[in-house]
Write a protein that binds this ligand. Sequence first.
Ligand code: NDP
Length: 263
Amino acid sequence: MKLFAIFGDPVSHSRSPLMHNNVFRELGFNACYTRIHLKDGDRLRETFFRLGLDGANITVPHKEAAFKACDEVRGFAKKIGVVNTLINENGRLVGYNTDADGFLYAIETFSEIKTVLIIGAGGTAKALSNKFVDEGLSVTVLNRSAKRLDYFKNMNLACHTWDDMPLKTYDLIVNTTSAGLKDDNLPAPAKLLNNLLGLCRFGADVIYGKTTPFLQLCAKLNVTAKDGSDMLLGQGVLANNYFTGEKFDLNMIEEPMRKSFDF
Ligand code: NDP
């Protein structure tokens, strides 16, 4: 039997064990997935091998530590220095990042996306902006404060704060801030968001488990929108594809994984 786990601090809230165990059971793949509460990211590699794991997912705050723990990092994870999936390849630790691809997987039904406005300038915004640029999309970043915009200016992206944001049309607006997670805030002033969403076709929020004020506004303005559970599902489907050795079609993995989403 193969053994997988998610490492994080905290980790008790994670839905990954349920998501992956559902897939293993329904596809008849002989494996088990558990959770490991890891406080010290420097002990990730040693713990992974001591437990005899075949693979793992990594969540907050160890994604950068996971990058450092790898013998080899592949694809997009290499570019952004952030790993969320580990595979034991004959005793070598190989790292991937499925978060941003998971987001693209989640919005596959959104047609003809060419221009994107990302609200927020944190870690998630960095991953998504790099992926969107790789995909040839035109990306603009809007953040509450100017400081964190430097990273995106260095990528030559159009960057704005609430004060100097022009009114333009975007195909997709993504909320990557934590506004709405534990409060009832919109990620930008209501008037500005009303105007921007009024001009766009699709919305997405990376927060899951609740209808955020951002998503409520999308609904009010008839903007087709998805919440973060689709992104969570997308990264999980792609990680499971690595765990099961790319043996199953993605939609075969998605179906049982979706059943574990009861929110
Ligand atoms: P960071 O802490 O790196 O960045 C937070 C960003 O949010 C900053 O740009 C900050 O602006 C902005 N912000 C925070 N509060 C407000 C507010 N009240 N109004 C406007 N802007 C605000 O966060 P992460 O990128 O790591 O995570 C962001 C969210 O993404 C979290 O809610 C997390 O749960 C979610 N997430 C979901 C995933 C999924 O699978 N669905 C995967 C990964 C993350 P400033 O610079 O001005 O402080």
